[in-house]
Ligand binder design. Structure first.
Ligand SMILES: Cc1cc2nc3c(=O)[nH]c(=O)nc-3n(C[C@H](O)[C@H](O)[C@H](O)COP(=O)(O)OP(=O)(O)OC[C@H]3O[C@@H](n4cnc5c(N)ncnc54)[C@H](O)[C@@H]3O)c2cc1C
Length: 427
């Protein structure tokens, strides 16, 4: 198969990048599972936007403080400055954000934000955004989406990327030749026992990068979300209880149902406090109470959370729910510049797979959808500029080494986890 641009990943980053490319470019997008099985569909809380100039300094500072000042300030500036343009695109694509009675956009707040600057759609913001992007992409004649089709490796020579080795159930192993390749493969939660991520998100892009010596950065910066619904079921994806629930006033209790912490601390700090409390209590969870938030506020803003808890046997209006920290987000990744370029020519990385330094050591809530979209658009613009001068001939490839997919997946998993452990040990 030949195409102008191959995008491995069908979450908000991959889809938005495709939509921002000129429509005379042929684009192929791969989704490892079903098109709706991306973390982008799971985002609950919302997406940040710079409301007006008066919030710029505070928004910048909140992002840097949450990231322990290890963020790349240029990336943070680009993200914040591009936020209104990005939200404008989303609204034009039909995304419905919650609005006030006068029709203006509503803003909510989450942990470690000093102001309300988060746009939302009930508690299914990611589904609303990514669903609309998917609708748009399906309507474009130049975009082909291949479901259940995984990128296994890249085709490369002399630090140039020529496309990917892919596998689908129907077609088996095949090569997709592309002038430019974009990794938008999401996070690494599938490598962990407890994670809020889809299980098939196993850091494949990062594994391939490590294999070929493509620069990666901070891949041991892994965010644990402080509050997911406790479950005893092995292998079940952890259900997130969004930070906005705490932003709206939910409180955390220890085993004696006493409050033990400021619920709006940055995620990494709060996670540590919860883990310490669980140890003190000798319990595998702590309690979260929404009982004193007005009922209409809970049902209006968090219907998905209420429904899920109900399915699991909890009535959030009258009782506490058990919550526990779980792997949630990957701040590190394939090193990318402000246009999503990696250290390999014609290979880009965007979204959670990439590390452009926006998040530093710890991500501020609701910055990741925004970051994914802002840098996806910048990558698209860069690709469009570069393709006019494209001249390459793809090298020959022997596919026999890819036959044992399970062994390959195990090898990739081990490669990424070993590297994370090595870095942790080193630090
Ligand atoms: C429960 C939950 C709640 C969240 N809430 C928020 C929130 O409120 N606000 C916010 O800003 N962020 C939130 N996030 C984070 C945010 O959703 C993600 O960081 C963001 O959506 C990442 O987008 P992405 O496009 O990079 O990756 P994803 O949306 O995860 O998409 C990855 C895509 O890559 C594909 N893929 C993976 N490997 C391969 C491969 N080898 N070959 C081909 N395709 C592959 C997958 O199939 C998928 O299509 C949340 C995350 C979770 C899990």
């Amino acid at each position: 198969m030949k195409t102008d641009v191959l995008i491995a990943g069908c979450g908000c980053a991959g889809l938005y990048c495709a939509l921002q490319l000129p429509d005379d470019k042929q684009i192929v997008i791969l989704a490892k599972g079903e098109v709706t099985q991306s973390d982008s569909f799971l985002a609950q809380g919302g997406i940040c936007m710079l409301k007006d100039e008066s919030d710029y300094d505070a928004y910048f500072e909140d992002t840097m403080r949450a990231g322990h000042y290890e963020n790349n300030p240029d990336s943070v500036e680009v993200m914040i400055r591009s936020s209104q343009d990005t939200i404008g695109d989303l609204i034009r694509y039909g995304v419905n954000f919650h609005r006030e009675a006068d029709g203006s956009l509503s803003f909510t707040r989450e942990g470690a934000h000093s102001a309300k600057r988060i746009l939302f759609h009930e508690d299914i913001t990611g589904k609303e955004i990514t669903g609309r992007l998917l609708e748009q992409a399906k309507g474009r004649h130049n975009i082909t989406i291949l479901e259940h089709c995984a990128m296994l490796d890249i085709v490369c020579r002399d630090n140039n990327c020529y496309g990917v080795v892919a596998h689908s159930k129907d077609s088996g192993l095949f090569i997709i030749e592309a002038k430019d390749t974009v990794f938008a493969c999401g996070g690494i939660g599938g490598l962990y026992r407890h994670s809020t991520n889809y299980r098939q998100l196993t850091g494949d892009g990062v594994a391939v990068a490590l294999l070929h010596g493509i620069a990666v950065e901070h891949i041991n910066y892994v965010q644990i979300h402080p509050t997911t619904l406790y479950t005893e079921q092995e292998g079940e994806r952890s259900f997130l209880i969004s930070e906005s629930v705490r932003g709206e006033g939910a409180v955390l209790y220890n085993a004696q149902k006493e409050r033990f912490v400021d619920e709006l601390l940055p995620r990494d700090v709060l996670t540590k406090k919860i883990q310490e409390q669980m140890q003190k209590d000798g319990m595998p969870y702590v309690w979260l109470s929404m009982e004193h938030i007005p009922r209409e506020e809970i049902t209006g803003h968090f219907p998905n959370i209420v429904g899920h808890c109900k399915k699991k046997g909890y009535d959030v209006f009258h009782e506490c729910i058990p919550v526990v920290p779980a792997q949630h987000y990957f701040m590190g990744g394939i090193k990318a510049d402000l246009s999503g370029r990696t250290s390999m020519e014609h290979l880009y990385a965007i979204g959670e797979t990439a590390c452009n330094g926006v998040h530093g050591r710890n991500r501020l809530a609701s910055n990741s959808l925004l970051e994914s979209l802002v840098f996806a658009k910048r990558a698209a613009k860069d690709i469009a500029k570069g393709q006019a001068t494209y001249r390459k001939k793809i090298p020959q490839m022997d596919l026999s080494g890819y036959q044992n997919m399970q062994a390959l997946a195990q090898y990739y998993k081990k490669r990424v986890l070993d590297e994370i452990e090595r870095l942790e040990h080193h630090e």
